[in-house]
Design a binder for this molecule. Structure first.
Ligand code: FAD
Length: 385
């Protein structure tokens, strides 16, 4: 009889976990508290490590056709429009940009019908003998394993890791949107105290994000978020004002940047934390969702390769903590540096003075250990479900 997992959360991490489990013949139920399963938010980029993990899940090709190559890291600018570094036409790029909903849909379409339950907010988790029992709005379900992919404010983490500190506000806030403007070149504009990111995401849409410092969290501008971000970047180069202008006001998202301090373990008996629930990180390395996809592949490869669930979870924990926590640490530092007013002049001078071939080498596909990661292999897909 096949094993049964309960996945809490139907974001990118939860769906990746369900998909991976399917590939080794497990059954899974995905409990998602939202009434409708859709990825909110704007855009994101994915690096080669995440694309390799998606290949292991059997959806790499679909993901590549949903993504758009972006040269954002090759086109670094200052707010007056000058280029510190500039990608040449035809330069290769290691990065794909996505509308979040497009990447989410690729995963969702591959999850077997009937596995996802929406409007199912998880409220309790308890071990009962060999099984783990989960209570949610509308019922309860038990299984051999719980994968908690319920995001940065994870309920499962709060219940089973009561000593874990809450997410930490990092002194930064961000406005994001999708503008109905086709294909401006991807770029990152480094201003004193903030940066503006542009990624074309296909079908006439462009993702933008403005990240800047904030003294305190939760400062909001009800009904005025669009005009607030427009005001803050009004003198920045084209097409920045136009992108904000072309975004419907209700589609401008304002969030504070938080991450998690490193947890001592991602595993509690037969419950595994995955994705942001385990290691939410500052977005500055564009790795949060990518790491959650990696988590899914590593967890399920361990389940396939180890004699027991316990040993598999131990392997998952030992494998994933160092990498994800180092990435989170690096992202925290990068975010601090790129939004530091004091470091702005030195940073932009150093980037401008760097020889272009050296800069290009630094953003090539195999340029850093995070991107070079190779996934473990999952067994071939099974039709048992
Ligand atoms: C501004 C910004 C830019 C980013 N850019 C990038 C990028 O370019 N590349 C990248 O890889 N990452 C990026 N990230 C990080 C990325 O968004 C997250 O790492 C990723 O979404 C985490 O996925 P997840 O599935 O772990 O969690 P989530 O996406 O948060 O999903 C959690 C799901 O669980 C559900 N849920 C919560 N509680 C319960 C409950 N009690 N019961 C049932 N369901 C529940 C939620 O409704 C949600 O659907 C960015 C993040 C931010 C903030």
């Amino acid at each position: 009889m096949s094993r049964q997992a309960i996945v809490v959360g139907g974001g990118i991490g939860g769906l990746a976990a369900a998909l991976a489990l399917r590939r080794i013949g497990w059954q899974a139920v995905v409990l998602e508290r939202a009434a409708e399963l859709r990825e909110i938010g704007a855009g994101m980029s994915q690096a080669p490590n995440a694309m390799r993990a998606l290949d292991e899940l059997g959806v790499g090709e679909q993901a590549r056709s949903a993504g758009v190559p972006t040269h954002a890291s090759g086109n670094l600018r200052t707010p007056d429009g000058r280029y510190l570094q500039r990608a040449r036409p035809g330069d290769p790029t290691a990065m794909l940009a996505f509308h979040r909903a497009d990447l989410h849909r690729v995963l969702l379409e591959a999850v077997p019908d009937g596995w996802v339950r929406t409007g199912a907010e998880v409220t309790a988790v308890a071990h009962q003998g060999d099984k783990v029992c989960v209570e949610y709005d509308g019922g309860q379900v038990s299984g051999d394993l719980v994968v908690a992919a319920d995001g940065i404010h994870s309920t499962v983490r709060r219940l089973l890791w009561p000593d874990a500190p809450p997410p930490r506000f990092l002194g930064r806030t961000a406005w994001l949107g999708i503008a109905e403007i086709a294909d401006p070149p991807g770029s990152i504009t480094l201003g004193p105290g903030g940066y503006f990111l542009i990624h074309p995401v296909g079908r006439g849409r462009t993702y933008w994000a403005y990240v800047t410092t904030a003294d305190q969290p939760d400062v909001r501008y009800p009904g005025q978020e669009k005009s607030e971000v427009a005001r803050r970047t009004a003198t920045w180069h084209d097409p920045i004002p136009a992108l904000i202008q072309a975004t419907p006001p209700e589609a401008v998202i304002h969030i504070d940047i938080r991450d998690l301090d490193p947890l001592p373990t991602y595993v509690h008996d037969k419950v595994a934390l995955l994705g942001d629930a385990a290691h939410a990180m500052s977005p500055d390395r564009g790795q949060g969702a990518g790491q959650s996809i990696e988590d899914a592949v590593v967890l399920v490869a361990a389940l396939a390769g180890e004699p027991t669930i316990q040993t598999a979870l131990h392997r998952y924990d030992t494998d994933r903590r160092p990498r994800t926590q180092a990435t989170a640490r690096g992202a925290r530092k990068d975010g601090h540096r790129t939004t530091s007013k004091a470091a702005h002049r030195t940073m932009t001078t150093m980037i401008r003075l760097m020889p272009a071939p050296l800069w290009r080498k630094g953003i090539a596909a195999d340029s850093n250990p995070t991107w070079r990661w190779q996934p473990p292999h999952l067994p071939s897909p099974t039709t048992r479900h």
